[in-house]
Design a protein. Structure first.
Lengths: 142, 272
């Protein structure tokens, strides 16, 4: 088994979480799943769009997908919305610091390109500007 | 008591006074200045203290009502005669109609998604963006797409139940999620997307039209209340819902202010 940088970061985060738990922090970690690196998601992308480098890494288990534009992090938030009015059935959608009011449906089937569509819209919104550090906020911090 | 007017009905003097007060608040050193309002909106889009205060929750409407009151009061420090105007996008639906005139908020971004080039907020020397997810220091707009129609609004105002479990973006029934826009016919969200540029970002209050859009959303809630009742039993949930702002929980960061305190806005302001 070879470890790439992402795996190392993941192991690093897992051991930091374990240390925090040992120190008395009260949140639950899933150390067992972190020990098995997930294979690359076929939905991941790393390409150029309108002169900007967009990179997307999907997180199937925790839905903590990651997007960067020209190497700067774009904070992503996954929400559940109704599939239709008065429906209790929901679907996953992704919004971001730049596409804040425009949900992109995302799944592993016919909406599997949701994160890529979001990243492209974010590039169009940026135009000739770039992301700032504030764009990297995750929105789900407590 | 203040009267919030339709932006298309403002006199030249009223437009000038509003723009001047907004710019004075922007220039204010420290305190709750314009950029404090931008930062607060960004912070409260997230979950804070395990609560969704500002978005994707029943408190979307009362939180923004109080946010607008605080902003209006901050403008009144600079000019007590100023009231927030509203933009009725069911009537003014083009890139050149009110409020996009050069004597008020200025027009579309250059080339469709670039910096605004007309009016008092064009260019970073006139209106500098300091707190944003984008490095652009001048205000941008990218108008286009579809605005909600009068028929869409009327459908939403006809929904008599304020909100429904699970009290977030996945609520399929109730008025609030339709008004906020995570379910069809999507009123509030679609207007942010239509204006585009900074209005599409988490730091959307950087565009002064934010206040006119939200004043209109607040006006529509007021119309819903006129139809279905201003009393506290109309707000849901009443109590005991964890992670959700119940009727008598504080709308952080507005110390001491609960949804129950803002339901009846009529002693403070009305809409013309
Ligand atoms: Cu809004």
């Amino acid at each position: 088994m070879t470890l790439d940088r992402r795996d190392l970061l993941r192991y690093g985060a897992a051991s930091a979480a374990a240390a925090a738990t040992a120190a008395g922090a009260s949140y639950v970690t899933s150390g067992a799943t972190a020990a098995t690196p997930a294979p690359d998601d076929p939905r991941d992308f790393d390409q150029e769009y309108k002169g900007k480098k967009i990179k997307g890494v999907h997180d199937k288990g925790n839905k903590k997908h990651k997007v960067s534009i020209n190497g700067k992090k774009l904070g992503i938030m996954v929400l559940q919305v109704p599939v239709a009015e008065d429906s209790r059935e929901t679907m996953d959608v992704a919004i971001s610091a730049l596409t804040h009011y425009e949900p992109f449906p995302i799944d592993e089937r016919d909406k599997k390109d949701g994160l890529l569509k979001l990243a492209k819209k974010a590039v169009e919104t940026l135009g000739d500007a770039e992301l700032t550090d504030l764009a990297g906020d995750d929105h789900d911090h407590r | 008591m203040g009267t919030r007017k339709n932006a298309r009905d403002l006199t030249a003097t009223e437009k000038t006074a509003f723009v001047a007060a907004v710019k004075a608040l922007k220039a204010q050193a420290g305190g709750r200045n314009y950029d404090w309002f931008v930062s607060t909106h960004m912070q409260y889009f997230a979950v804070v203290n395990s609560h969704r205060y500002a978005h994707q929750s029943p408190s979307f409407l009362p939180w923004h009502r109080q946010y607008l009151i605080e902003f209006e009061n901050a403008l009144k420090v600079h000019n007590p005669a100023v009231d927030l105007p509203y933009w009725d996008w069911t009537v003014d639906r083009t890139t050149t109609s009110a409020p996009w005139t050069s004597d008020f908020l200025g027009g579309n971004g250059s080339g469709g998604n670039g910096p605004v080039t007309t009016g008092p907020f064009a260019g970073s020397a006139n209106w500098r963006i300091n707190v944003s997810s984008s490095t652009s220091t001048s205000l941008r707009r990218a108008m286009g797409g579809t605005l909600p129609s009068a028929a869409n609004v009327s459908t939403v105002l006809g929904v008599s139940t304020y909100d429904a479990s699970p009290w977030n973006s996945s609520s399929g029934s109730g008025m609030r999620n339709r008004m906020e826009g995570w379910v069809s016919p999507n009123i509030h969200n679609s207007v942010h997307v239509w204006v585009g540029g900074h209005m599409a970002l988490q730091d959307s209050p950087n565009d002064p039209v934010f206040w006119l859009h939200h004043a209109n959303i607040d006006r529509l809630w007021s119309q819903w209340q006129t139809r279905w009742g201003y009393d506290s039993t109309r707000y849901l949930p009443g109590s005991g819902t964890s992670g959700v702002v119940d009727l008598n929980e504080v709308l952080q960061p507005f110390t001491g202010v609960r949804p129950a305190d803002v339901l009846d806005h009529r002693p403070r302001y009305t809409y013309a």
